[in-house]
Ligand binder design. Structure first.
Ligand SMILES: Nc1nc2c(c(=O)[nH]1)N[C@H]1C(S)=C(S)[C@@H](COP(=O)(O)O)O[C@H]1N2
Ligand SMILES: [Mo]
Length: 263
């Protein structure tokens, strides 16, 4: 089920500045609507009632939406159930090759040269020795067929395998009581997830797609795949993993999307 389809009722033709404001803040409003924070039709009137300020002015609309959105982050984190499993699918439903996305076009993907690649570990981890790919391949593998949902309004079912992240973090002596796990991509992409989501049973460090090594566009040699986060919280081409208590905004949060972005 795509976000756009679920939210179209919000964007029925309206006239004048109200339509313009709704369009310009589409991403934030969709995010709020997707989480069913506001039931029924979201209107500027409803938002202004929520916050008690005049939302007819553009800068205020943004801050109103951001307020609702970050409030929603806390609610989301509080209601996250670390034991609830996300739906899984059958092998017949797997889309192969997967659908590509990044903050740039596929032609600009810079493949990782595996001879020079090591996974770096940083922050609140006892054993921060880097890992080469052979060491990672030697770990027990977990496979999952899960849905990838992108905030841009599309989704696909994919078949991913690789070491379970909780298992890996335990192995290297990460502080599992820390708040966040940050992933640094080789393309300077940063995304951070909360520790409970990192420790969720369906969160893995994926090395394979449909039982073959992940190909360059999709994150070779290592990417995150979690069934409990939107697509953008699944960094590809991981260069470093950092365990930290410091809150950091990733690429898409800076575009206005929710930090938590759980499913
Ligand atoms: N390093 C890196 N990881 C990234 C991105 C990116 O631009 N760089 N884009 C994210 C977004 S928005 C999506 S939807 C998914 C796309 O993953 P896919 O190409 O395997 O479908 O990767 C996510 N991880
Ligand atoms: Mo995405």
């Amino acid at each position: 089920m795509s976000i756009i389809r679920r939210s179209t009722s919000l964007f029925q033709p309206r006239r004048g500045p109200e339509q313009r404001i709704l369009t310009e803040n589409r991403a934030l409003i969709e995010d709020i609507d997707r989480r069913k924070l506001l039931r029924g039709a979201v209107s500027l009137g409803a938002l202004s009632m929520l916050t008690g300020c005049d939302v007819a002015e553009q800068p205020q609309v943004q801050s109103v939406l951001r307020t609702v959105s970050s409030f929603n982050d806390r609610v989301q984190a509080a209601i996250f159930d670390p034991n609830r499993l996300a739906p899984t699918y059958s092998e017949a439903q797997v889309v192969n090759p997967p659908r590509f996305n990044a903050y740039y076009e596929i032609e600009n993907v810079k493949p990782i040269d595996i001879s020079g690649w090591k996974l770096e570990l940083a922050g609140l981890i006892n054993d921060r020795r880097p890992w080469n790919i052979e060491q990672i391949y030697a770990l027990p593998e977990q496979e999952e067929i899960i849905k990838h949902i992108c905030v841009e309004g599309w989704d696909y079912i994919g078949q991913w395998s690789g070491p379970n992240l909780r298992h890996f973090l335990t192995l290297v002596g990460a502080d599992l009581t820390a708040k966040y796990v940050a992933f640094h991509g080789n393309d300077d992409y940063l995304e951070v997830i909360d520790m409970p989501s990192a420790l969720h049973p369906q969160t893995i460090l994926a090395t394979k797609y449909a039982r073959e090594p992940i190909t360059d566009p999709f994150g070779y040699p290592l990417r995150l795949r979690t069934a409990v986060k939107l697509g953008f919280k699944n960094p590809k081409w991981i260069r470093a993993i950092e365990v930290t208590n410091t809150y950091q905004e990733g690429f898409w949060e800076k575009q206005g999307f929710n930090w938590f972005s759980g499913l």
